[in-house]
Design a protein around this ligand. Structure first.
Ligand code: ZN
Length: 308
């Protein structure tokens, strides 16, 4: 892994000190963004001149001026990279999430800015994998929240008629036992069609899939599907969903303790955040930071996209 001269054992204080130098921040992001050195975003020329006072490049071929923020989650943001990188360090390494109020206080920006930064960093943490999970997979669903604001009016009515606890959002997750990695999705129902679609999208045919006794899992023929009926027991030899449930309890602790409530439209970003930290739990703080940093390019997100 390309290091930022922080060593893998560096902590928050080292990071803050390190990022207090704007040129260091610029080089850190530049290295993560352009593996072969800075490049013009318009014509891809590397024939550039660096304007030190403005910390920007001018393309000598097409005359475009650009900063290291172009084409990254930092684009169009007036907030300095020192604050961005510190915020990224904090979110990559906290235990139970970090609220926009906390971050605003920590790095001295407005709460609104902090909220926006956190959403963009979560966007960088999103790791959409094209590879399917294999081996043994625990699949399970859970309810988050309890506030009616978690859903639209017509959905709320549907819930009252008995498809799930009133006003809760449903999250479906799968955990690959061999790697211990999870994928979690916000779903609208616990119906067969929706849950099985996610299983088939994410799990290689022929794998073992362990679930609870929910009828929606009936008919996963292309898998070795085993059921643990929680009305009878929680573990039957290797057949259980305990590791998935461990992830649920961490997710709920973060949402309840730190975020208090999450708008349904944004729930998937909190799932990305929690999944990222959970999946990379064996890495050091500096390594986790570097992983997020490596994903800042090509993930621009405008304010309108964030707000929805
Ligand atoms: Zn150019």
């Amino acid at each position: 892994m390309e290091s930022v001269n922080l060593n893998p054992k560096s902590g928050l204080m080292d990071a803050i000190r390190y990022f207090s130098d704007p040129m260091v921040c610029l080089e850190t992001v530049s290295k993560a963004k352009w593996s072969k050195g800075p490049m013009c975003p318009r014509c891809e020329s590397q024939n550039l001149s660096f304007i030190k006072t403005r910390r920007m490049w001018t393309c000598l071929d097409c005359r475009k001026q650009f900063s290291v923020k172009v084409g990254t989650i930092f684009e169009d943001s007036a907030i300095g990279l020192d604050k961005w990188l510190t915020g990224m360090w904090l979110l990559a390494n906290c235990k139970n999430g970090i609220s926009s109020y906390e971050l605003a206080k920590d790095i001295k920006v407005t709460q609104r800015s902090a909220w926006f930064m956190l959403q963009r960093i979560r966007h960088a943490m999103h790791t959409g994998s094209i590879n399917k999970m294999t081996g043994t997979i625990e699949a399970d669903e859970t309810f988050i929240g309890g506030k009616a604001r978690f859903m639209h009016a017509h959905k709320r009515e549907e819930k009252i008629r008995g498809r799930g606890p009133m006003g809760k959002a449903i999250v479906f997750g799968m955990l690959e036992r061999e790697t211990g990695k999870v994928r979690a999705h916000h779903v609208t129902t616990r119906r067969k069609g929706e849950l099985q679609h996610h299983v088939r999208e994410n799990v290689e045919a022929g794998s073992h899939v362990y679930t609870d006794a929910l009828k929606s899992y009936d008919g996963l023929q292309e898998y070795t599907h085993k059921v643990i009926d929680h009305a009878e027991a929680y573990v039957d030899g290797v057949v259980h969903t305990n590791r998935m449930e461990n992830f649920w309890s961490l997710l709920k602790r973060a949402i309840k303790g730190t975020y208090v409530s999450v708008e349904p439209f944004h729930l998937f970003r909190y799932l990305d955040e929690q999944s990222f930290r959970f999946n990379e739990r064996k890495a050091t703080d500096a390594e986790r930071f570097q992983m997020v940093l490596n994903c800042v390019a090509g993930k621009r997100l405008t304010y309108n996209q964030v707000r929805g």
